[in-house]
Design a protein around this ligand. Sequence first.
Ligand code: ATP
Ligand code: MG
Length: 573
Amino acid sequence: MRVSQMFIPTLREVPAEAEIASHQLMLRAGLIRKTASGIYAFLPLGYRTLRKIEQIIREEMDRIGAQELIMPALLPAEVYQFSGRWEIFGPEMFRLKDRSGRDFCLGPTHEEVFAETVRNEICSYRSLPMILYQIQEKYRDEIRPRFGVMRSREFVMKDAYSFDRNEEGLDISYGKMREAYERIFKRCGLDYIVVDADSGVMGGSGSQEFMIKSETGEEEIVFCESCGYAANIEKAQCVPDVYRSGEDTSSIEELPLEKVATPDARTIEELVEFFGCSSKEFAKTLIYQADDKIIAAMVRGDRELNQTKLQNHLGCTELSMADPETVKRITGAEVGFAGPMGLNIDILVDTEIAGMRNFVVGANETGYHFKNVNMGRDFKATDIADIRKAKEGDGCPICSNPVKVSRGIEIGHIFKLGTKYTKALNCIYLDESGKEHPMVMGSYGIGINRLMAAIIEQNNDENGILWPVSVAPYHVIIIPVNTTNPVQMEVAERIYYGLCSAGVEVMLDDRDERAGVKFKDADLIGIPIRITVGKKAGEGIVEYKLRKSAQIRELKVDDAINEAKQEVIGTAF
Ligand code: ATP
Ligand code: MG
């Protein structure tokens, strides 16, 4: 394609609204334009890359025997009412009515529709297992659309759903999908990690997320460099800290309980100052509203509670910290003085508390704390569970070495759903003996726009994007330095046709612009191979440069064509 005829509205300035590299570069390189908050148009260069990513995904889905179809994006409410998600999605779902007042939505994810379609058409074990997928727009009215297409309100997702006879079958489908995802992300040139993820209160027996590490990510990943353990922080298991460097807690004498006046100390920092000891000697008692129940949850003074773990343990749909009035009503004291003693609500205690001795808790009386508190003697826990948030330096749950925490961007998610949706939608099959069973389902998603942004996030420098060949909008850009020079143009055309006929995708920058401007644009849009035709064109010599390297080499025209072909074909799968 000739650049003079192309629609590539590049920008010199960094757009003020864009905070992260990928968003800035997608705007500056003319890949996307904003239509409304969280809604973007893909311009020609951006759309080419999007389609290439889709193609890689298609090939890898087809390779594992998944079949592509397309569902409507406009869906009737009933589909989501059967599973309860019409309510659960809340304001994140884009809802609308037809002319007769019937409720519809724009699909945010399609488990229900796939289960319904399979239910209507499949009834025998002979048709299973089956994996179906689509590549389609999804709609979510995100509270905070951010970072361009990273978190948008309309985005393209590859969503796949597997249907199996039993859990063993699901394990196989899930495994295939995991391998396909690994191939997809490798082919897209990404350095990614797979982390254990939370399956949520809605059930499901396993789930993993594919992440790229990035300071701008909204997720936190806990990982161990010694054994390779990696988990989303929501899920990351915690093992109790060794109490006072290995002291055997059972041998520590339980001291007499003491009530202490602590008039001005209610936060952990204030208490540490007041008692003159470490925050590890305290236990925080937090009051939560779990659906219509009030409960107390306890973690060590220096720990943070993990709300996802707490919610999963309780199996509730809504969980939030109780408001100050409720805290006062339940504990009889102002916020800051809650403790486990005398509470007549359920008390859920973190595993670490069980190993503590002679610690400090609130006295449920404004201005007082108890000292030398011991679980068992002074209060009873309704339940003991891992409910704290992992943090850097904690012992790895697998190998005990200290873990690290870094931020990440979720690019894909695979999920063993089990029978939640198939039971709700009565998606059953008959086995060999004619007995009915619910199908066992898996769900697998990749956000394609976000994936594209993630590729840029990992592949850029101060001059622009560095597209991996596999997803670059074009492979080669030919830059004639002087377009009015017939020799240079003739050589440029020869290379152009030579490469095009070999299936290489080429841009020819035939614009009447200074070479410097063309180089800048080529770097900005990130074309992997640049061939410059300049003064030595008459001798049949051109300059060959890879976007990712600073080296410029002079090559004979035919050698340049061959190297470019090799570079492109060599990286194709
Ligand atoms: P997040 O926690 O980031 O909101 P999610 O858990 O809601 O993601 P899923 O429902 O698992 O995401 O969707 C599958 C994939 O779709 C995600 O892994 C992500 O790549 C992509 N995705 C989800 N929401 C968005 C969005 N608002 N914009 C772009 N991509 C998205
Ligand atoms: Mg989301």
